[in-house]
Design a protein around this ligand. Structure first.
Ligand code: GLU
Length: 548
């Protein structure tokens, strides 16, 4: 077979050469040890936690080594493409602090190694396709769907491995005449790799996450170009990551089964193999067993979920870091206020088996993160969230920034900050009562009569003075307690509960409920200070009027 002639026959219009492409995309001028890596998502419009895990790993590896992170859009599957998906992806990752140095952007491509969208790279793939054909390393296959299905059935019946390999590779050694006849008839074809591998052979391979792997050679003649001339993932991966000068491929471990083929392909193309960082899946507990997070079953897989729930970016970032590097938490304890980017991230610390995603832990981390923020930051983030997801609340927050910030400052700062909020969604329940429209009608404990509650409130109104400090304020509450025969002596009450109608805590609760509608609230004295005298008194009066 004259492979050169076959190459010309299949790719008559390809005049560019691998050499000219090498020149067009020269080795990068990067410092020693710099990691050049990429995110290569398919623009399906669904941005998920896996993207974030991969994104953070790549971003950290690139930027902490003085390297480059670029965005390549793997849009070879037009059926799955969603308009606007690239923009959503860029914005979502940016939201989480993942910024690309080059690649696809909102306004086209930026960088010298483009185009960065695979559909625009068809001519480049064809240069290498032609080269492989001319070397006898690839060939056209005219099999129909029916023929492939029949082959599969035969293999299944004979309990053989299914696939296009060995004796089953029907177009592997066909004559030029056969090929010409098919082309003349206008029959569609795919380009297949002519594998010289054998499943009898194994070799060792080092993955940065999985460690030493024993790999069995690939013997399947995988498709390189589909019938429309668009490459498969495998072929595009090899060509793109070579020409874009990728040093590290960070990707999900669902690609491990095809790694033997990728290694083979890089070799066949004469490309230096990049290093591989295969990330394990994110799992969750489902009953007593672990399973992979699923797009269909688990809303928490989508990154939009965290935004809508109101988890601050800092919390999600922090949690993912604790998942990815087991020493991150210790580092954080030693460096409570350092930016997360000071941490020395290592792909070797990733759990090869993947990670268990623990929602409760994320919630805890988020409580801490929010507790660390100052009131102005909480106000800004909460208001931005509410404007989008709870516009009514958002408007209230925005209408008086000073008031809302004062509320959010309660219990903030100091050694033991309050941890009331895990997400912005929690905020309305926590502080909504500060806004009259959200004030709920209190439900007083049934063991106290309306008369008792009214008396306590009346007494409080009679002595309440806005200028009192918290000590004097509380002394007054205690005095009311004693006047009503309730006790301030919690020990005595515990010893003999029947001796008293209730305690100072019950009296405080009456007042708290009248003012906040709730049995639980931040420090009541401070609440009244922020509400102001008029409003506090008005609320207590309204409550008394409604008692029966
Ligand atoms: N388009 C592939 C995916 O979304 C990219 C895998 C890779 O990073 O190489 O899974």
């Amino acid at each position: 077979m004259d492979y050169q002639a076959l190459a010309e026959l299949l790719f008559p219009n390809v005049t560019d050469t691998p050499e000219s492409l090498e020149e067009r995309f020269p080795l990068r001028n990067a410092p020693e040890g710099a990691v050049i890596t990429r995110m290569a998502p398919s623009p399906t419009g669904f941005v998920h936690l896996g993207n974030l895990v991969q994104g953070l790993t790549s971003e950290r590896m690139a930027h902490q080594s003085g390297g480059v992170l670029f965005l390549r859009v793997e849009d070879t599957d037009a059926k799955r493409e969603v308009p606007g998906a690239v923009e959503v992806l860029i914005d979502t990752l940016k939201h989480y602090g993942i910024n690309f140095d080059e690649g696809a952007t909102h306004t086209g491509d930026a960088g010298l190694y483009g185009p960065y969208r695979q559909r625009q790279r068809a001519a480049i793939y064809h240069v290498y396709a032609k080269k492989l054909v001319s070397e006898g390393q690839a060939y056209p296959c005219f099999c129909t769907e029916e023929e492939l299905a029949a082959m599969r059935e035969k293999q299944e019946a004979a309990k053989e491995t299914t696939g296009y390999y060995g004796a089953y590779a029907m177009w592997r050694d066909r004559s030029m005449e056969d090929i010409q006849a098919q082309l003349a008839a206008g029959n569609p074809w795919v380009l297949r790799f002519k594998s010289t591998g054998s499943i009898e052979n194994q070799f060792k391979f080092d993955d940065l996450v999985k460690g030493k792997l024993t790999i069995t050679e690939n013997n399947v003649d995988h498709v390189l170009l589909k019938s429309d001339g668009i490459p498969t993932y495998h072929f595009a991966h090899a060509v793109d990551d070579h020409l874009m000068r990728t040093t590290h491929v960070v990707r999900g471990d669902e690609w491990l089964p095809t790694l033997p083929f990728h290694i083979q392909l890089f070799k066949a193309l004469g490309f230096k193999l990049p290093k591989y960082v295969h990330i394990g899946p994110l799992m969750k507990m489902d009953g007593n067993s672990k399973r992979k997070l699923s797009k269909r079953k688990d809303p928490e897989l989508a990154l939009t979920f965290y935004k809508a729930e109101g988890f601050p970016v800092e919390a999600v970032y922090e949690y993912i870091m604790t998942l990815l590097n087991s020493n991150y938490e210790d580092w954080r304890r030693a460096n409570p206020t350092a930016p997360a980017t000071d941490f020395k991230f290592s792909p070797k610390k990733l759990n090869p088996a993947g990670n268990l995603f623990d929602y409760a832990k994320l919630t805890d981390v988020s409580k801490n993160e929010i507790a660390k923020m100052d009131a102005a930051k909480v106000y800004a983030l909460l208001t931005a969230w509410a404007k989008e997801y709870d516009p009514d609340f958002g408007e209230k927050l925005a209408s008086d920034a000073d008031y809302a910030t004062k509320i959010l400052a309660i219990g903030r700062g100091g050694k033991k900050p309050r941890k009331d909020l895990a997400t912005w969604k929690d905020a309305k329940d926590y502080m909504g009562f500060f806004y009259d429209e959200y004030l709920e009608k209190p439900a007083f404990a049934e063991k106290f009569s309306a008369e008792t509650v009214r008396t306590a409130l009346e007494k409080f109104l009679a002595v309440y003075n806005y200028s009192d400090d918290s000590g004097v304020w509380f002394d007054k509450v205690k005095a009311i307690t004693e006047e009503m025969g309730f006790t301030t002596d919690m020990k005595a009450y515990k010893a003999d509960p029947d001796a008293f109608p209730g305690t100072v805590s019950d009296i405080s609760t009456f007042i708290r409920q009248a003012v906040t509608g709730k049995t639980n609230s931040p420090d009541l004295y401070t609440v009244m200070q922020i509400l102001g005298y008029e409003r506090t008194v008005q609320r207590i009066r309204n409550c008394m009027a409604a008692l029966n």
